[in-house]
Design a protein around this ligand. Structure first.
Ligand SMILES: Nc1ncnc2c1ncn2[C@@H]1O[C@H](COP(=O)(O)OP(=O)(O)OP(=O)(O)O)[C@@H](O)[C@H]1O
Ligand SMILES: [Mg+2]
Length: 356
């Protein structure tokens, strides 16, 4: 109950009690039946007060009722009808008993329902955590099967590539030194090498490379990333700003990998703001955790896209590979960190959390 409601209901209860006492005062003693009714009316505010405010409320209302009722008994009944006066004193004693007992029962009930609500909240939190963990496990599963497939595919591709390169070299040897066909052989070799490099890179991505944890100045890493995307941002009239916590302690992270993570997030942000906008990099410490955030004004992400956003090869772009965020996810998980996406009024916020 808020303060305003509390004072209104206390005033209401006090007014009810005083009104009943006034009725006693202004009703002639000859109308005994009315007095008998009034003295029982006190139970209504006493019980209400006990139910609303517990035993203290019950006793408080009983005290007010007796204080305002006693003078009437003493002045009007004590000398005229002693037996009835005694009956009224007994009623007053009963006010206290009823106020205290009802209040105590009310307190019990309130405690029970608070306990039930607390348990319910704890269950809901546990359920949400469980769902998140299951989601992370599924994601890890998808990534590790991708790594397996990738290493198989890479192996299968690199072997014939080696053979092709060797065969081209043999053919090249057979050509005369000044043969114009040597150029074709050269092209074939360069292209084979290019494919080989591409495949190797893909393999590096897929293979879980353990992070090399070193004390890292995260703000410095962010500034390095900012430097890399600044000119592209300027070309798109995107304003990049920093809200970096001062005196951040060095955090054990793989600076290169975190740079890769932030670069991917920043590039995605730039790609969703072709007409300009704002990108914020943020760092802060909270509850022994380091938070690194990027926030864009790119219009947000549909729920359907969000559900698949970390899947390898999921993209909504014509020329996207759909690998950026799955790399981000993998690196963050390997740091035992967490990544969360939330909507902002104009776009999306990616929050990375690392325990320090
Ligand atoms: N900041 C963002 N705002 C809106 N949508 C986003 C944002 N970041 C990512 N997305 C969506 O998530 C999808 C997946 O992103 P991800 O970085 O994994 O792949 P990509 O950017 O499409 O391709 P790649 O990064 O491999 O070049 C994107 O295609 C885009 O639809
Ligand atoms: Mg991307």
């Amino acid at each position: 109950m808020n303060k305003k409601n509390l004072s209104i209901s206390v005033l209401f209860l006090a007014a009810a009690i005083l009104l009943i006492s006034a009725l006693h005062f202004f009703t002639p003693v000859e109308s005994l039946v009315f007095h008998q009714i009034y003295q029982r009316l006190y139970y209504i505010p006493i019980i209400l007060s006990a139910l609303w405010y517990g035993w203290r409320g019950g006793l408080g209302a009983a005290i007010l009722a007796s204080l305002s009722y006693l003078p009437h008994i003493a002045l009007h009944w004590q000398h005229q009808n002693y037996d009835y006066a005694l009956n009224q004193y007994a009623e007053i004693a009963l006010f206290f008993v009823i106020g205290a007992v009802t209040g105590w029962l009310g307190d019990q009930k309130r405690r029970e329902s608070e306990r039930a609500e607390r348990i319910n909240n704890e269950l809901q939190t546990a359920y949400a955590e469980l769902r998140q963990t299951v989601g992370q496990l599924l994601q890890a599963e998808r990534l590790s099967s991708l790594a397996e497939i990738a290493s198989g595919v890479v192996h299968e591709i690199r072997n014939p590539l080696g053979a092709i390169k060797g065969a081209v070299e043999i053919l090249e040897d057979e050509l005369a030194k000044d043969s114009p066909r040597r150029e074709f052989a050269q092209i074939a070799k360069t292209e084979v090498e290019r494919i080989d490099k591409l495949v190797q890179e893909f393999f590096h991505f897929a293979r879980a490379k353990e992070p090399n944890l070193q004390p890292t100045d995260v703000n410095e890493t962010i500034r390095a990333v900012k430097l890399l995307v600044e000119s592209q941002a300027a070309a798109q009239t995107i304003e990049i700003s920093e809200e970096l916590a001062e005196n951040l302690p060095p955090v054990r992270l793989d600076a290169e990998q975190i740079k890769q993570v932030l670069l991917n997030l920043a590039i995605n942000a730039l790609q969703v703001m072709p007409e300009g906008g704002a990108l914020v990099f943020r760092t802060f410490l909270k509850d022994n955790k380091l938070y690194i955030e990027t926030e864009d004004t790119g219009g947000g992400i549909d729920e359907a896209v969000k559900a698949k956003i970390f899947d390898p090869f999921f993209t909504t772009k014509d020329k996207g590979l759909g690998l950026g965020l799955s790399v981000v996810y993998k690196i963050v998980s390997q740091h035992n960190g967490q990544i969360d996406i939330s909507d902002t009024s104009k776009g999306t916020k990616f929050s990375l959390t690392f325990i320090i």
